[in-house]
Design a protein around this ligand. Structure first.
Ligand SMILES: NC(=O)c1ccc[n+]([C@@H]2O[C@H](COP(=O)([O-])OP(=O)(O)OC[C@H]3O[C@@H](n4cnc5c(N)ncnc54)[C@H](OP(=O)(O)O)[C@@H]3O)[C@@H](O)[C@H]2O)c1
Length: 315
């Protein structure tokens, strides 16, 4: 293995932290860029990792920070924007990759791994999120391959401890005592494990066959959203009447919730759910939710697994 230094943008988040750990564990020297060191103390203890507070949207600062780096991993992404016009999505998903390309060309950094999303498409994407993710892929993959060696990853929803999918539904289910009105209940997903995603990224760093490729990443099984929410309730061992909303009420829920603080569900999220997040050609498919989710959703889940383990161990 080459002894690379890797710069990670978005390396403090849920997926980015896992990729940062995996890079460090594989002997790479890692530089994680963040807006706030204070918020990512969990990374300070990782050997071979330095945490740099900087403004990655400032071209001069980005040019300086990528000096001496061999490969860049970009994970910066948002699910919601403050504005309601797509400007925030364009800034995070399109302007930033453009700045990354400029900084890479400025410093002679050739290797770029980019996090996109399943169904990202500049033209046909049904939401700002998916269109801007698609535009970023187009910009990155049409930059001269002699200058930039890009690999993009397009995952379905990603799960693991600290995810914002199962954990969010778990909090919502606990907060609603009797019934749970669920928008877009029939939307389909193939949840993929964060550890598998991180391994795919790190393997690609040194694998020339991945250059200029785009990989769809899904887990081994498909589920509807209502099945995943029912599964979450089962893990929590709580009884809730989960009511799948028809399309009109799903749209209405999004139109109302997008004005709530933190936008628990937005019209852009609703639009993203119009296409199933499942793979035709899957490049991941290893760990299933049943092997991981019970260990982090609900302490009873962990206890139950432990009790079963002890019983079988005694036999
Ligand atoms: N999680 C999923 O299910 C999923 C599925 C498909 C695709 N993805 C994609 O995977 C990537 C990572 O997702 P995640 O779930 O790990 O997200 P996350 O936990 O929210 O992390 C996002 C990261 O991006 C950085 N970031 C966000 N907005 C920024 C801004 N305006 N300026 C600078 N940095 C900013 C944050 O860094 P600081 O706060 O430290 O500055 C943070 O490290 C995203 O591109 C997302 O679209 C995720």
């Amino acid at each position: 293995m080459k002894h690379y230094s890797v710069g990670i943008l978005g390396g403090s988040g849920f997926v980015g932290s896992q990729i940062a750990y995996e890079c460090a564990a594989n002997g790479y020297s890692v530089r994680v860029f963040t807006r706030s060191r204070e918020r990512c103390k969990h990374l300070l203890v990782v050997p071979g990792l330095s945490l740099v507070e900087t403004n990655i949207f400032d071209q001069d600062q980005l040019n300086t920070q990528l000096r001496g780096i061999d490969a860049v991993i970009n994970l910066v992404g948002i699910l919601n924007e403050r504005q309601h016009n797509g400007k925030g999505f364009r800034k995070a998903h399109v302007e930033l990759p453009q700045r990354i390309i400029d900084a890479c060309l400025f410093n002679g950094v050739q290797r770029v791994l980019h996090m996109s999303a399943l169904n990202a498409d500049a033209i046909t994407g049904p939401s700002h999120y998916l269109r801007t993710k698609g535009t970023a892929e187009t910009i990155l993959h049409t930059t001269s391959p002699e200058k930039l060696q890009v690999t993009s990853f397009r995952p379905s929803v990603i799960f693991g401890p600290n995810d914002s999918f199962f954990n969010r539904f778990a909090s919502l289910l606990k907060a609603m005592p009797v019934a749970f009105p669920l928008a877009c209940p029939d939307a389909r997903f193939s949840p993929v494990y964060v550890g598998d995603v991180a391994r795919r990224f790190v393997q690609a760093l040194d694998d020339e066959t991945t250059i200029n490729q785009r990989y769809d990443l899904c887990g081994p099984k498909e589920y509807s959203l209502i099945e995943l929410v029912r599964y979450t309730a089962e893990q929590l061992e709580i009884k809730r009447h989960i009511i799948g909303l028809p399309d009109f009420f799903s749209h209405l829920q999004a139109a109302v919730f997008e004005w709530f603080p933190g936008k628990p569900f937005s019209l852009d999220n609703y639009n993203s759910l119009k296409i199933d997040s499942t793979c035709q050609q899957n490049s991941c498919e290893i760990t299933s939710i049943e092997n991981i989710v019970p260990f982090y959703i609900g302490s009873k889940g962990i206890q139950k697994k432990y009790d079963t383990y002890r019983k079988t161990a005694r036999r």
